[in-house]
Design a protein around this ligand. Structure first.
Ligand code: NDP
Length: 259
């Protein structure tokens, strides 16, 4: 099945998430946008948040053009004021937040001995501390409603480490541990918190890698292809739509690379 056909199949409309509101951070493009589309196709209103209103609105338009519901909002996940403003705006507009996907992330790769503190801090702030900030702003509303589905986008690198990615690996390992802790603290409020750990997914983040690095990865992928954003979206959809007896878990979506 071609990627195009696969995406079309997965975007068949359903009503599983009808009347639900789903925030996806960093979803103007890439994996975040694919997740937002998947949730919107199942009936949710997808809140596309990104660094600029322009990018958020462009992502939201892609979804409304498909006939689904979406709303664009600015949210810099490293900035508490921006995060709180976004959460309050969504509560004022829709009155609820049922699903939160902490997706925004960056890389700043270099070998450990050359890594500058600012590159370490930028990655930890954007990939890990952001989950603390956004989840704190949102979970109080989920807690009052006695319902919530939180999914954090981690990485296989957070489970195995990787040369040149000390900051990234630490941030993603932290995301997995934080997911488990939130899962334990909020289970009694009917809020689940899980993680998805993608392998090599074909997005702007990986397109900047050198061809020889990509070839090297490909050798270790039994399914014989790089992942597509829609592959990750499918795992997020499971945690967001069903899986009510599953919490604190991490699903690996890597074509079998680390089995
Ligand atoms: P992209 O670089 O394609 O997209 C990242 C998105 O995050 C962009 O929309 C970007 O906005 C946004 N973003 C960056 N910084 C911030 C910020 N401070 N506040 C809000 N939004 C921000 O990456 P992917 O789609 O590939 O990655 C998505 C997630 O998946 C990340 O957490 C990544 O670590 C994870 N992942 C990706 C893998 C891959 O192979 N691609 C593998 C494993 C995990 P802008 O466009 O304005 O820069």
């Amino acid at each position: 099945m071609s990627t195009q056909t696969m995406e079309e199949t997965k975007l068949v409309k359903s009503e599983l998430l009808k009347d639900q509101v789903a925030i996806v951070t960093g979803s103007g493009r890439g994996i975040g946008l694919a997740i937002a589309k998947r949730l919107a196709a199942a009936g949710a209103t997808a809140v596309i948040t990104d660094l600029t209103q322009e990018s958020a609105d462009a992502g939201a338009k892609e979804i409304t053009d498909l006939g689904f519901k979406a709303h664009g909002a600015v949210c810099n996940v490293t900035d508490v004021a921006s995060v709180e403003k976004m959460a309050e705006e969504i509560m004022a507009k829709f009155g609820k937040i049922n699903i939160l996907v902490n997706n925004a992330g960056i890389t700043k790769d270099t070998l450990f001995m050359r890594m500058k503190l600012e590159d370490w801090s930028a990655v930890i702030e954007t990939n890990l501390t952001s989950i603390f900030k956004v989840t704190q702003a949102v979970i109080k509303h989920m807690s009052k409603a006695n319902y919530g589905r939180i999914v954090n986008i981690a990485s296989v690198i957070g489970m195995h480490g990787n040369m040149g990615q000390a900051n990234y690996a630490a941030s993603k390992a932290g995301a997995i541990a934080l997911s488990k802790t939130i899962a334990k603290e909020y289970a009694s409020r009917n809020i689940t918190c899980n993680a998805v750990a993608p392998g090599f997914i074909d997005t702007a983040m990986t397109q900047k890698l050198k061809p020889e690095v990509k070839d090297q990865y490909m050798k270790f992928i039994p399914l014989g292809r790089f992942g597509q954003p829609e592959d990750v979206a499918e795992a997020v959809f499971f945690f967001a739509s069903g899986g009510s007896y599953v919490t604190g878990q991490t699903i690996v979506v890597d074509g079998g690379m680390f089995m």
